[in-house]
Design a protein around this ligand. Sequence first.
Ligand SMILES: *[C@@H]1O[C@H](CO)[C@@H](O)[C@H](O)[C@H]1NC(C)=O
Ligand SMILES: *[C@@H]1O[C@H](CO)[C@@H](O)[C@H](O)[C@H]1NC(C)=O
Ligand SMILES: *[C@@H]1O[C@H](CO)[C@@H](O)[C@H](O)[C@H]1NC(C)=O
Ligand SMILES: *[C@@H]1O[C@H](CO)[C@@H](O)[C@H](O)[C@H]1NC(C)=O
Ligand SMILES: *[C@@H]1O[C@H](CO)[C@@H](O)[C@H](O)[C@H]1NC(C)=O
Ligand SMILES: *[C@@H]1O[C@H](CO)[C@@H](O)[C@H](O)[C@H]1NC(C)=O
Ligand SMILES: CC(=O)N[C@H]1CO[C@H](CO)[C@@H](O)[C@@H]1O
Ligand SMILES: [Ca+2]
Ligand SMILES: [Ca+2]
Length: 589
Amino acid sequence: MGFGKIIALAVSVGLVVCFVQGGPSKKEQKALEEKNNWWKNEVFYQIYPRSFQDNDGDGIGDLPGVTSRLEYLKETGITAIWMSPIFESPMVDFGYDISNYTNIHPEYGTLDDFDALIAKANELGIKVILDFVPNHSSDKHPWFAKSIAREDGYEDFYVWENGTLLENGTRVPPNNWRSVFSGSAWEWNDEREQYYLRQFTYAQPDLNYRNPAVVQAMDDTLQFWLNKGVAGFRIDAIIYIYEDIQQRDEPLSGTTSDPNSYDYLDHIYTKNQDEGYGLLQHWRQLLDNYSALNEGPLRIMMTEGYAPLTKLMDYYEDAQGVQGPQFPFNFDFITELNANSLAADFVFFIERWLIYMPRGHVANWVMGNHDNPRVASRFGAQSVDAMNMLMMTLPGIGVTYNGEELGMIDYRDISWEETVDQPACEAGIDNYKWISRDPERTPMQWSDEANAGFSNASATWLPVHPNYKELNLRNQQQAQRSHYKVYQSLLKLRQLSALKNGAFIPEVVNRRVFAFKREIKGQNTLLTIINVKNQTEQVDISDFIDLPNRLHVLVAGVDSEHRAGERLSPEAIALAPYEGLVIQLSKRK
Ligand SMILES: *[C@@H]1O[C@H](CO)[C@@H](O)[C@H](O)[C@H]1NC(C)=O
Ligand SMILES: *[C@@H]1O[C@H](CO)[C@@H](O)[C@H](O)[C@H]1NC(C)=O
Ligand SMILES: *[C@@H]1O[C@H](CO)[C@@H](O)[C@H](O)[C@H]1NC(C)=O
Ligand SMILES: *[C@@H]1O[C@H](CO)[C@@H](O)[C@H](O)[C@H]1NC(C)=O
Ligand SMILES: *[C@@H]1O[C@H](CO)[C@@H](O)[C@H](O)[C@H]1NC(C)=O
Ligand SMILES: *[C@@H]1O[C@H](CO)[C@@H](O)[C@H](O)[C@H]1NC(C)=O
Ligand SMILES: CC(=O)N[C@H]1CO[C@H](CO)[C@@H](O)[C@@H]1O
Ligand SMILES: [Ca+2]
Ligand SMILES: [Ca+2]
């Protein structure tokens, strides 16, 4: 690598490098590459702290609980986590309503507990990404009280409007905007006698990013956590950050006739406004600057947003090549694919992301999160291993929601009385069940002990799934074969250079089966093959692989007839319903 290239590399990630005479040594180059590239093949494991591990017996997960389970993650092969919000909050939206951005929610612990978590994570080589919720604070945040009181400097911290007073004395909101969860996006405040904007619940007033003081306050927040040793941020609800400055009515979508549905309107003025890119680019700079001036890994940023593909791609970099977050979450496995998808659908959506992604960037595959049904509930319990094989052998980054390594299942039958998810509560007893996000948030199933080993309390904040006696980590660790063991062996495989850097070459074998190779010329190739339907298959893939090649199974699922190490014949690969296999192709000697 020439000197010029090194400078280009350093500049492209915004690093300030002090060159000693003669340029950096090989060792320095390697260190720089490690610093900058660590995230490019990571599996980020999402922890929902409230449900992960309760350490003090109150039935609610907490930071010491997370810390106590970091060894488990290390053993599993996880080297990076992202945690849902842990900040001080009245918990109307379980932490997505923050009342102090620089403090820990008391139920979860203290700042000292956080420091202990980071120290332990560092010791184990696990990087910690925090959730950052910039769109809105809690209505209990002191900023909001000051804004209500029109205190100097806080008057315009939020989006306030008068609305219209009709002739008969009724007051109506400024426009037809709707909350993502329910009702008007405008909430009347009696004290200030104005409406405030809230794209989520009434308790989550939207911050006003056209006010530079708000941007500064959020920069300070990022700085605070960077100084505490986090490796970056996952940014929540970014597509809602700005709204149309003229506050125009949104047009009808035409997709539903129910005026109470969020989908009733086409959200062209409350989502994906172009100003959002600039804000993210600013935060990218802040993180790059911080990384350049401090030891440790490049601090990175990933964003949450369900947006049209081309809009998402502009987050990576805009038309002028200005860099945004390292990656916007790819939710295609959640939003585009399901149990009804054909093999071609899988290949289509995977390819679509890779084709649209601007050159030089890294793909990512999100298999689940705390807002959507679990993999076993979306694709079927038999598909768990195949979906993990898929995520782990595609190029780029994987994102696993806690419990998916065990194949946990939604607990949809939570009663109305036990339901705590705010939008489900707002939906009422007749509609809560299918809206509720509680089913995918039940406690982690560690063992067959009381409360699945999650807590020693008599009751937990959400009920434990009744299947925990059979479905739990300890059982899966002790079993000969288990989802957990499959997951663990997949994480190990990711060290192979074919998975780190290999080309991606897919093939739709038939309606039900697809395969792809990960290939580096001159090295052993990996092949993943997946049957997405409920039917036994015998497929001939000899025309897809370069003969002569030997095929050996590397990873097989829990119920598979195949075993790791087994030799396969490319003319007749037998696949059970929903079976996936990871196979090594090696040149015949
Ligand atoms: C629960 O109680 C048992 C027995 O006292 C103890 O060994 C265990 O550490 C406790 N677990 C938690 C998570 O508090
Ligand atoms: C927020 O928490 C921090 C602790 O990090 C504390 O120093 C500060 O006073 C709190 N801010 C408010 C407004 O309560
Ligand atoms: C909102 O109402 C107040 C009180 O009636 C009035 O003073 C103010 O000018 C109004 N603001 C706008 C933007 O119309
Ligand atoms: C006032 O008029 C509006 C619009 O016509 C109507 O929706 C509302 O019910 C009326 N309110 C009263 C108190 O009459
Ligand atoms: C990052 O550093 C550059 C160069 O010093 C500076 O111009 C820029 O304002 C900084 N940006 C942020 C967001 O800190
Ligand atoms: C798959 O087929 C079997 C046998 O016909 C049936 O028992 C099972 O319910 C089917 N599974 C799904 C997910 O359709
Ligand atoms: C996946 C995710 O983080 N979803 C969150 C998006 O933002 C809203 C509002 O902050 C939360 O309610 C969701 O849980
Ligand atoms: Ca607790
Ligand atoms: Ca907003």
